[in-house]
Design a protein. Structure first.
Ligand code: NAP
Length: 489
């Protein structure tokens, strides 16, 4: 065994073993990292299911938060959310608490690992926005039978994730960034990521940029995955796509990840606590060790990272010592033996694959002020009032036109789940009891002031209609800050 070269610096890292197989794979990972000779002061901390069961609903003790605040670098095993304890996942709490906005998930065709795409030389990275989108978790029941979840996408969040994608491409010597969105349907939210990428891409002239619709991206990933280099995408899309990509190459036991923020970085395997195989010394520690490889690069320990990565490739390629999930018909090795084999292979290189030559990631500096873009001119020209109504759209339309008569607002149209149903545009629609009623200003200047809106709401309520929320219709720099309904003129 050859020791890796290292910088000689001492790094502090918070190590969280977590639940299930977590402590076993974390122990194995620490052993491999320590064997490189890189100096790390491990701050061993707790989080997850066991903590919840002891009565702390968040699953993240104060001591753990304090440790991360001090070290700014975490290597974490999987955390369980046990049914009946705590409502929120401790993982999500950690990601949100330290604003870990970017989730980086590499997917690589590894030597000696069987699978439907083995040998196709897949080598891509999914860069997923990690804190916004539907995962903001803002949900409301609009009526007893209609639920709503808000999809929040911000220019600031898009700037961070797009810049991270391009910077990662540069650091890893990659050539192309695909930005995958559903902007064809969600023009304002998903469209904001597309537009932000188009604004930012010219400042990365050395990296090619292409927009791809997310569903086509899924299709292309399954047919021609080798065409992708870096995929930047929103939270929900990224959640699904990155699980798909880990399935392309070897599965969960081999998939690493990093959660990146301006202040702090957290590295973890993609897999969960795998309770059925916990405590048996059979789990594959590769995913967590590869996560530690990403951590070593973050710490500037590039030589040690390459040593560990190459040793993993040799171990997998030789196929003599493999854990049960990838051993196939061969006699499986324990987690402990597999870990020892990796350390034993330090200094060797696989005949098929070599670790990439990485440069440090130049983390994007996006201002931390809440407002990132301001419109030069804006005005409110109307409002969408969401109303509960058990009857049909014509009945509701007549009621609303009557109640708005003489007020500062006039009814433009009514939609049901996004499709205009009043005035009817034809077609056969099936309505639910939540209607979006679009009112525009009736005044000559086209502006709807707050007193006019309040008057409108009072008239709606006085007519015995229950409204659950309103959205102002804003015009920003002369352009509508809202989308039209399906079928709306
Ligand atoms: P999982 O723990 O990833 O396990 C699913 C299956 O994948 C396991 O049963 C096992 O398959 C295989 N597997 C996963 N990791 C492996 C490894 N290192 N080596 C060998 N095989 C491995 O998914 P889950 O059962 O859906 O989730 C269990 C718990 O983990 C849940 O409480 C969930 O919330 C939590 N979770 C946490 C994280 C995180 O902390 N980031 C992520 C995902 C899930 P076989 O049974 O075929 O051996």
């Amino acid at each position: 065994m050859a020791h890796a070269q290292h910088t000689g610096k001492t790094h502090r890292v918070t190590l969280i073993g977590g639940d299930g197989i977590g402590p076993e794979v974390a122990r194995a990972t620490r052993k491999v990292v320590d064997a490189t000779g890189v100096r790390i002061e491990w701050d061993e901390m707790e989080a997850g299911g066991e903590v919840m069961k002891r009565g702390l609903a968040t699953g993240v003790p104060k001591a753990t938060i304090d440790s991360i605040t001090a070290t700014r670098c975490v290597l974490k095993g999987p955390l369980e959310t046990p049914v009946g304890y705590g409502e929120k996942s401790a993982n999500v709490t950690l990601r949100k608490m330290f604003e870990l906005y970017g989730n980086i998930r590499p997917c690589k065709d590894l030597p000696g690992v069987p699978g439907p795409f083995a040998g196709r030389k897949i080598d891509l990275v999914v860069v997923r926005e990690n804190v916004e989108d539907l995962y903001a978790g803002i949900e409301h029941m609009q009526t007893p039978g209609v639920a709503q979840c808000l999809k929040i996408i911000t220019r600031k969040g898009c700037e961070k994730i797009v810049r991270l994608g391009f910077e990662l491409a540069r650091a890893e010597g990659r050539r192309k960034v695909h930005v995958a969105t559903k902007a064809n349907i969600m023009k304002m939210t998903e469209g904001l990521l597309k537009k932000t990428a188009e604004d930012i891409a010219p400042s990365y002239a050395d990296i090619a940029h292409e927009h791809i619709i997310i569903d086509n991206c899924a299709h292309q990933l399954v047919r021609y995955p080798e065409q992708f280099d870096v995929i930047v995408t929103t939270n929900m899309n990224g959640d699904i796509i990155s699980d798909l990509t880990s399935g392309l190459t070897g599965g969960l036991g081999l998939a690493p990840s990093a959660n990146v923020g301006n202040e702090c970085v957290m590295f973890e395997a993609v897999h969960g606590s795998a309770p059925t195989i916990a405590g048996k010394d059979i789990a594959n520690p590769t995913a967590m060790i590869l996560s530690a490889v990403m951590m070593l690069r973050h710490l500037g320990e590039f030589a040690a990272a390459a040593t560990v990565e190459n040793a993993i490739y040799v171990t997998l390629e030789e196929g003599r010592v493999l854990t049960i999930d990838i051993a196939g018909d061969a006699e499986p090795a324990s987690t402990t033996r597999f870990t020892e084999a990796i350390i034993h292979n330090f200094g060797r290189k696989s005949s098929k694959m070599e670790a990439r030559a990485y440069k440090p990631i130049n983390l994007p500096h996006v201002p931390t002020t809440p407002v990132l873009v301001e419109a030069k001119a804006r005005r409110t020209i109307g409002a969408d009032v969401f109303v509960e109504f058990a009857g049909g759209p014509d009945e509701l339309g007549r009621k609303l036109e009557k109640l708005a008569a003489g007020s500062p607002a006039k009814l433009k149209m009514i939609s049901n789940r996004g499709t205009q149903v009043y005035p009817s545009q034809g077609g056969i629609t099936d309505c639910v009891d939540q209607y979006r009623c679009r009112f525009l200003s009736a005044s000559p200047d086209g502006v709807m002031a707050d007193p006019g809106l309040i008057d409108l709401l009072q008239r709606v309520a006085a007519a015995g209609l229950r409204w659950m929320h309103i959205e102002k219709l804003e015009e920003l720099d002369g352009k509508p800050g809202y989308t039209k309904a399906q079928g709306e003129e």
